[in-house]
Write a protein of this length. Structure first.
Length: 117
């Protein structure tokens, strides 16, 4: 399986971006797909995840209020809609496929999001 993340860019605070994680090689089911963020000088952290059943979870209340994770089984993609972006959202965003044991089986290459103030 190959995961390809796209959609990053340079935007001003308050703008929106939509990231997309596309899988090729096999279906994303039954993986949990997570979107991760690695801010400059910090460790990678999970931002949101969605199960193959469509159950979603967000790690921070501030993210939950502004980001929406969704999947399109027909397109084999998982998107992260990010609204009201803040400078602290800056970082490289990765998507990953998490198996039932909680292991990260596959990673996308990352897409850079830069939010200027």
């Amino acid at each position: 399986v190959q995961l390809q993340a796209s959609g990053g860019g340079l935007v001003q605070a308050g703008a929106s971006l939509r990231l997309s994680c596309k899988a090729s090689g096999r279906t994303l089911s039954p993986y949990v797909i997570g979107w991760f963020r690695q801010a400059p000088g910090k460790e990678r952290e999970i931002v949101a995840r969605i199960s193959w059943r469509g159950t979603v979870a967000y790690t921070e209340d501030s993210v939950k209020a502004r980001f929406t994770i969704s999947k399109d089984d027909a397109k084999n993609t998982v998107d992260l809609q990010m609204n009201s972006l803040k400078p602290e959202d800056t970082g490289v965003y990765y998507c990953a496929a998490i198996n039932q044991a909680g292991d990260y089986d596959y990673w996308g290459q990352g897409t850079l999001v830069t939010v200027s103030s």
